[in-house]
Design a protein around this ligand. Structure first.
Ligand SMILES: NC(=O)c1ccc[n+]([C@@H]2O[C@H](COP(=O)([O-])OP(=O)(O)OC[C@H]3O[C@@H](n4cnc5c(N)ncnc54)[C@H](O)[C@@H]3O)[C@@H](O)[C@H]2O)c1
Length: 323
């Protein structure tokens, strides 16, 4: 993801900040990106900061490395954009939230779904009552994991950073929370292989119900309807496209032709929007769209779902109602 962010976001002519160095403990990877983009490459953040001046770090690391890397970057006085999920444990997430508070730095979490135009348009339409009262939500993240995403092997299997829930769960939780507010409880069921497929039932504080299905065991389609919001007067489909600019949000109300609320969206545009938001938050001193508290709430839901999976699918309360 760091390579993609470097090429798609930081090398773009309208990039909101200047890339000054690339860091990877695998020096060949850093060197390849550095050479392509004409910036120096280093084997650690400390080495980079000894050689170049920087205001911020963008951390795109395996899930169980986020906490230590964030603390190191904050100790160096940097603003930070850190990938999702915020952490892999509640204790790490808590330490991160406290360190951010103490630091006074801007810290954004790279949960890009709230930056998708389709998600923003759907949230606005729901708030404006365009589908009547929101009743239920359904989300599906279904594709086959492979290619660069399994290069180092930490994402799949049974390691501390592995599994589709940790990898994709905060994405759809952040999407659903944008549409329906806070989650009150979650229960989860495994599929054929628990790390690769899981189904979640979520109850929101508002009483809205949601079901989320995650699987890495089926081929992807070019455009996927990742979420549908059902209201008393209509529904909104959120369609996501990873390789083409075909993402959209479409509202269908009883007796009316479908209305396109957002169109022509390429998934990685949301990453550019996210980095632009992070840079603007630093420049203007405001909070980013997704801060550590917000991302921590998504992680709480995912960790509760993992606990439910481990405890036979019982419902686990989260947020204000948690024990
Ligand atoms: N939002 C999205 O659309 C999206 C998509 C893909 C990945 N991601 C996220 O990006 C992050 C990285 O995933 P990935 O697939 O790129 O992983 P990856 O394994 O391909 O790359 C991670 C890199 O980090 C390096 N690394 C590990 N520890 C390091 C350290 N302490 N200092 C410097 N470098 C270190 C590794 O050598 C590796 O090259 C994850 O949090 C993942 O969830 C987000």
């Amino acid at each position: 993801m760091g390579e993609m962010a470097a090429q798609l976001v930081y090398a773009a002519p309208d990039a909101p900040c200047e890339l000054v160095a690339v860091v990877d403990v695998q020096s060949d990877r850093a060197a390849a990106v550095g050479e392509t983009l004409g910036v120096p490459a280093y084997g650690s953040l400390a080495q980079a900061l000894a050689a170049v001046e920087a205001d911020a770090a963008d951390l795109r690391l395996p899930h169980d490395r986020h906490a230590a890397a964030l603390l190191e970057a904050l100790a160096a006085g940097l603003h930070v954009l850190v990938e999702k999920p915020l952490a892999t444990t509640a204790a790490d997430a808590q330490a991160m939230v406290e360190a951010v508070k103490r630091s006074g730095r801007v810290v954004a979490v790279a949960e890009n779904y709230p930056h998708l135009r389709a998600v923003r348009a759907a949230a606005e339409a729901i708030t404006a009552g365009r589908i009547g009262e929101l009743v239920a939500l359904r989300s599906t993240r279904a594709y086959r994991i492979g290619g660069v995403w399994v290069r180092d092997g930490w994402r799949t299997g049974v390691g501390p950073a592995a599994g589709i829930l940790l990898d994709q769960g905060t994405h759809h939780t952040s999407l659903l929370r944008r549409l329906a507010g806070e989650v009150a409880a979650v229960s989860a069921s495994p599929g054929l292989s628990a790390g690769d497929t899981a189904g979640l039932s979520l109850r929101f504080a508002s009483g809205v119900l949601a079901q989320s299905l995650y699987t890495w065991q089926t081929p992807a389609t070019v455009v996927q309807t990742e979420a549908t919001a059902y209201g008393t007067d209509g529904r909104i489909d959120i369609n996501v496209a990873y390789d083409t600019a075909d993402g959209s949000a479409v509202l269908t109300a009883a007796g009316k032709p479908p209305e396109t609320l957002a169109a022509g969206e390429y998934y990685y545009d949301s990453h550019a929007a996210m980095v632009a938001d992070f840079a603007a938050a630093i420049r203007h001193g405001h909070a980013p769209v997704v801060d550590v508290a917000d991302a921590g709430a998504d992680l709480d839901v995912v960790l509760a779902a993992a606990r439910s999976l481990a405890e036979g699918g019982r419902e686990i309360r989260v947020g204000a109602g948690a024990a």
